[in-house]
Ligand binder design. Sequence first.
Ligand code: FES
Ligand code: FES
Length: 157
Amino acid sequence: MDERIVVRLVLNGEERSFRVAPGRRLLDLLREDAGLTGTKEGCGAGECGACTVLLDGRPVPSCLVLAASCDGAAVVTVEGLGGPAGSHPFQRALVASGGVQCGFCTPGLVMTGAAVLEAGVTAPADQARLLSGNLCRCTGYVKVFEALRRAGEDGDG
Ligand code: FES
Ligand code: FES
């Protein structure tokens, strides 16, 4: 018997439908079923933030979210936020500030940072707290916070 569940999403602004096993993670739906490999898997345990996407506007670790629980939700991945043809202000600011090295953490960081900017959070301590779930093993965080400040100030990195 096919136990798969139909999940309808508005994925990066487009209505999509998937059939998933009950235990399938949102992360796997995105990377394997939808082919959106910008979302990364680091720890697979909700600790690194590499897999962060926006679920109904909120940043969530997609490795901890069951795809079946997302039926009817709006999901935005880094591909939906911006790319070379039209990047998000935080993406441009990260580049301008030198806040990207290997880039593995960057998609998740960009999603959380975009949500922080969207929420209008400007106090550095609050920004740091909200970004604390996104771990970067390369840069340290000074340039990342500088990028967030720049993007918040002028909206254009
Ligand atoms: S892969 Fe999801 S939090 Fe690390
Ligand atoms: S840039 Fe390498 S992990 Fe963050």
